[in-house]
Design a protein around this ligand. Structure first.
Ligand code: FE
Ligand code: FE
Length: 199
């Protein structure tokens, strides 16, 4: 499927707002990929399709995931919005003909992130946050770091999610904490003298 074929399909299933967000993420992901010398073509597809399962309702999402052999954890079961990344992996593969595992995995992990994300996964995670259509407090600060320190930006995005979830009294998925800690650990290890690392 070409990008424009994917767009045509996506516009038919997503709300206008979600579709525009997807285009914003695609454009931001391309810019980030070019900036960090990642594969721009992969970033384009992953950005466009990252929310391709967002329109699927709770019951269908559970049924479909079960069919694909995915067993959502307790927190994912209780806050079902967390499932659209997982489901997006399968929808992108089956309905949009994406076979590239790297693209699919970037879609899979985009909501919570995880420890040990690769460059494309970080780019999609960040692009989802900072695309031009987004407006929320503290976003300027996050946007500033995206093109200077991607790891710090990932951390700030996770911080922002955690703050938001806390302010709403909602469940916090441990993967969001792992995403944040992973970035901080990387920085700590990077700044530690070699003899300390050997201990
Ligand atoms: Fe999403
Ligand atoms: Fe999104």
């Amino acid at each position: 499927m070409t990008i424009s074929e994917m767009m045509n399909k996506l516009i038919g299933v997503l709300s206008e707002k979600r579709y525009n967000h997807s285009i914003g993420v695609m454009e931001e992901a391309c810019k980030l990929a070019a900036h960090y010398q990642a594969d721009v073509r992969k970033a384009e597809i992953a950005g466009l399709l990252h929310d391709c399962a967002k329109h699927i309702g709770e019951q269908d999402a559970f049924l479909m995931l079960r069919r694909y052999g995915e067993e959502p954890d307790e927190i994912q079961k209780a806050s079902f919005q967390l499932l659209h990344g997982l489901l997006g992996y399968y929808i992108a593969k089956e309905q949009y003909g994406v076979n590239d595992e790297e693209i699919l995995r970037a879609i899979y992990w985009h909501t919570t992130g995880k420890a040990g994300m690769n460059l494309l996964e970080k780019i999609i995670f960040v692009a989802d946050y900072i695309e031009p259509g987004r407006v929320f407090d503290g976003l300027d600060e996050i946007r500033k770091t995206a093109y200077s320190d991607l790891d710090l930006c990932v951390q700030l995005c996770a911080d922002s999610t955690i703050r938001y979830v806390l302010s709403k009294g909602r469940l916090l998925h441990p993967l969001t904490i792992e995403t944040r800690n992973d970035m901080i650990m990387k920085r700590l290890i990077g700044s530690m003298p070699k003899n300390k690392l050997a201990e």
